[in-house]
Design a protein around this ligand. Structure first.
Ligand code: ASP
Length: 412
């Protein structure tokens, strides 16, 4: 009997979590556990490297080819306008939800910040003012594309691919046909390699999940339990209620088909904590399982993986209020509005890699005068929270692609 990839991934996820608990039960210092964790680290690391290897060629070709092909149907303008509108409005919705929940449950109130004194003292945070943040972001936009690609930098690769795509369109019907054909063929080859990587996806997921579960520290969960519950609860609410509701309202997609189609991408996002590394899987799910137009997916998904992060934006806002509660500061409406806009900006600027949100969060804290060393409190629990928010980040991209596809593909 041939087991489908979807089923294999499900089995791998369940086995990974189970083994993680077993190893944690044994104690991670025991010989057997450390050997198991070593192998899981090695296999998981190789798997993430494989995804990252294919990421840049995929982003580059999918965007350039997507723009060149979409122009043939004159859909491009609609696609990018709708995508940006979707990204910004859903991220804002997520932050509003996060701020409402954190203001109701008030995690951090009554908790002694001195408990975390040691962590904060030994922590070295770089400051990140708004202008430094903007400067960083802007200076990343235009970089020699070869250097950017060689270093795996997604944002400048996207910029160059967009410019090349536009140039291919502007150069006219018959001019750059060889390049367009060549890029299309190259893109098909890249997708063939992605198909091979998908075959070993279950092994990577098993290794990553085993390590993730086994290396959590339960004592921190006790101290920060309320905060963790608020973050996970609000993030899952956004991911599993708000976003699917939007999908239902704006497309006629059945939720069952949707979940069957995106399962692989969601599990990969959870296991890798990286929207970018998940992108090859996300793209395949959307195109092959859910039939999204390849050019629409090729544009919406890479851009989404880089700038659309609902889970991250919500986390930054909730964490800022949590820290304010810890230090006994009551943020007024105006200050919360600053947190709201900064969290959105910070999520746009955060790259789709593990714990990126923790770095840009410094800017949110500084904007309302909160102590930046306090992020030290959050680092030890970030692996788990990052897994949840990355899954919702990727979910946001997939639902965005379905909505944009629905409203733009009919005119092709
Ligand atoms: N890990 C997240 C992602 O890749 C970013 C973050 O919130 O740290 O989407």
């Amino acid at each position: 009997m041939k087991i489908s990839l979807n089923t294999k991934i499900l089995i791998a996820a369940v086995l990974g979590v189970t083994c993680g608990f077993i190893i944690a039960g044994l104690g991670t210092e025991t010989k057997a556990a450390s050997i198991a964790l070593y192998w899981c680290g090695l296999v998981g690391g190789l798997f993430v490297n494989l995804l990252k290897m294919i990421l840049i060629p995929l982003v580059f070709t999918s965007i350039a080819v997507g723009i060149a092909n979409l122009r043939e149907h004159s859909q491009m303008e609609k696609v990018w306008k709708l995508s940006l509108f979707y990204y910004i409005s859903t991220t804002a919705l997520a932050v509003i939800l996060g701020l409402s929940v954190v203001n109701i449950f008030k995690p951090g109130v009554g908790l002694e910040i001195t408990m975390f004194k040691d962590a904060m003292l030994s922590f070295n945070t770089q400051s990140l003012t708004i202008s430094e943040f903007a400067e960083n972001f802007l200076s990343q936009l235009f970089i020699n594309p070869f250097a950017a690609m060689a270093q795996g930098m997604v944002l400048p690769t996207i910029t160059f691919a967009i410019l090349l795509g536009i140039a291919l369109v502007v150069s006219g019907e018959h001019k750059a046909q060889v390049v367009i054909k060549g890029l299309n063929e190259f893109f098909d080859l890249i997708m063939m390699i992605v198909g091979w990587i998908m075959e070993i996806l279950p092994y990577g997921i098993f290794a990553l999940l085993t390590k993730l579960v086994a290396t959590q520290d339960p004592s921190l969960f006790a101290a920060l339990g309320k905060f963790i519950l608020v973050v996970i609860g609000a993030t899952l609410f956004h991911g599993f209620i708000t976003l699917p509701l939007l999908l239902k309202i704006f497309t006629s997609q059945s939720l069952k088909t949707y979940y069957l189609g995106v399962r692989e991408a969601l599990v990969t996002a959870f296991s890798t904590s990286s929207s970018s590394a998940t992108l090859p899987v996300t793209y395949r799910c959307m195109k092959d399982n859910l039939g999204v137009n390849k050019d629409v997916a090729g544009f919406v998904l890479p851009l989404g993986a880089t700038i659309n992060m609902d889970g991250t934006a919500m986390y930054e806002a909730v964490a800022a209020i949590f820290i304010a509660n810890l230090v006994g500061l009551d943020l007024n409406i105006a200050q919360q509005l600053i947190v709201f806009s900064m969290a959105i900006l910070a999520s746009i600027g955060a790259p789709g890699i593990p714990s990126a949100g923790m770095v840009t969060m410094v800017m949110v804290l500084q904007a309302v005068g909160l102590p930046v060393e306090a992020v030290a409190i959050l680092y030890p629990i970030d692996r788990l929270l990052d897994a949840v928010r990355t899954m919702v980040n990727v979910k946001g991209d997939t639902i965005g692609a379905l909505i944009v596809d629905k409203y733009t593909s009919s005119s092709s």
